[in-house]
Design a binder for this molecule. Sequence first.
Ligand SMILES: C[S@@+](CC[C@H](N)C(=O)[O-])C[C@H]1O[C@@H](n2cnc3c(N)ncnc32)[C@H](O)[C@@H]1O
Length: 274
Amino acid sequence: MSIDPEQTQYVFTQAEFERVRTLLYQHSGIKLNNSKKIMVYSRLSRRLRATGISSFQEYLELVEKDQGNEWEAFINSLTTNLTSFFREPHHFPLLHDHVLALEKKPFRLWCSAASTGEEPYTIAMTLIDAFESYTPPVEIIATDIDTNVLAKARAGVYSLERVEKIPKETLKRFFLKGAGKNSGLVQIRKELRDIISFQTLNLLDEQWPIEGPFDAIFCRNVMIYFDKDTQYKILKRFVPMLEPHGLLFSGHSESLLHAADLFKLRGNTIYELA
Ligand SMILES: C[S@@+](CC[C@H](N)C(=O)[O-])C[C@H]1O[C@@H](n2cnc3c(N)ncnc32)[C@H](O)[C@@H]1O
């Protein structure tokens, strides 16, 4: 699809789009296909406006030179952060059973593409239920490459729309309702926020700033953005990050068949070490 020059403020050539794709792929592993040109234009033109830069060429030079703020904003602009509470709900009863079967304290879990926090908070609710305590003996590390979504996750504030599918009883137990200028918003209770540590982590980086082993790793709906080689390399690095009894939870459209030497299916997109 081409971009209508009448509708656009900046020239965005195919070569510039290719440069964006290469930079993003090299740094984050995310592969953008050709159909994403308009999306990229729309997201990055906001950065051009914010920085007062007048062309994509100049903007990309800045990103290439700068390994700091604008580089971070570039990555943050191009990630896709779609998520929801209790997404792929069949995973949570299984996590609950895994916790009970292990009786391990502390139970350590890594949520490796946490986005705006709905996934790690759903995990926290499940663990609080399993241990029947608001201060369960658990450690949840929630990471993402995108620093903007992590800031939202840390705050734990959501619109009522984001929580409308959560049963009333669960809402009451785990959220506080905003009043006055916060009406229309809810906040995750402090007890849940306290058991999660949010950190920036790029799955592509050679060093991960966290230490295993974990009793479970969630890596859901992020592998779809990577090619098979990148997926395999990351999965291989998950192996020593998991306890021998550990489980890997993946997304509904992410088969790990190409890594059958590393992981075998336990059931319904949940894997264990091969
Ligand atoms: C579609 S969201 C999935 C969120 C959640 N796991 C879920 O299933 O609902 C994908 C997340 O992966 C993150 N991501 C993309 N590339 C990444 C990388 N190289 N390292 C870490 N996180 C990455 C994005 O920032 C985004 O928040």
